[in-house]
Design a protein around this ligand. Sequence first.
Ligand SMILES: NC(=O)c1ccc[n+]([C@@H]2O[C@H](COP(=O)([O-])OP(=O)(O)OC[C@H]3O[C@@H](n4cnc5c(N)ncnc54)[C@H](OP(=O)(O)O)[C@@H]3O)[C@@H](O)[C@H]2O)c1
Length: 266
Amino acid sequence: MTRPVRLAINGASGRMGRALLDLLGADARFTLVHAVVVPESTRDGEVMFPGAANPLRYAHDWSHAPAVDVVIDFSGAAGLAAALDHCQIHGTALVSGTTGLDAALEARLAEAGKHIAILRAANFSLGVAVLARLLRSAAAALPAWDLEIVEVHHCRKRDAPSGTALALGRAAAEARQTTLEAAAVYRRDGQTGERDEGSIGFAVVRGGDIVGEHTAMLVGHGERLELIHRATDRSIFARGALQAAYWLAGREPGHWQLDDVIATSH
Ligand SMILES: NC(=O)c1ccc[n+]([C@@H]2O[C@H](COP(=O)([O-])OP(=O)(O)OC[C@H]3O[C@@H](n4cnc5c(N)ncnc54)[C@H](OP(=O)(O)O)[C@@H]3O)[C@@H](O)[C@H]2O)c1
């Protein structure tokens, strides 16, 4: 695109929304044209970037949104559903990092990919994309080793295991020619019996302000391989989402992956 990409942010007052706004001030690739906060938010109508040449106000819905090339969504299920309505009506591309969706919204998104360009990632960090590649290869090379995925996040996170942990589990399951549904063990409590061969176990830790850590542990007899990613700054997700949005603007409809962006951006 020769002109800046017209961008809207959904969930603008959240942790990720604020991280995106922080980066956008210095990013000439984009013009921010709309920013949606939760309907009950006290920020509705508040001016963003006071003093800017064209001050923009937070909006509580999409009713007065101008023309948009790409929506970046980090909100929740209800917020994403409203943004998806808007994207479908206007043929707008959608980048979403929202996790913890129910089956109905997953099905809506799957269907919407026939008509609009959608790029979703449970984790927009480049390091996690590479971790997934490494895990696929390790899980296939060591098929008999026990695989456990441990994820650690801040105390305000609402879903568990994290979308990233599930995506890693899915990648490993596929590399072992099975499915996450068949292999996953999410709970161990009381008399669990021995570990099921071939299963993929998940463990969840929550506390304080931890941005996000994922460990894939492949355990053999007498040796153990650990692949670890630690996020120390949430701006990595915001940077990845912006890179994805720039790449997605003007693409044909379909479901795109962060891997597609990485493959053609380096
Ligand atoms: N893929 C990734 O790389 C990545 C990275 C970090 C987070 N995430 C995911 O992204 C989502 C948001 O994370 P976060 O840490 O930014 O959470 P957060 O701080 O809770 O932000 C979510 C924001 O969305 C707002 N919201 C809720 N309903 C809305 C609606 N109907 N319309 C517009 N905005 C709405 C919330 O407002 P209220 O606070 O008033 O409810 C909140 O400000 C979560 O699902 C999280 O797991 C993904």
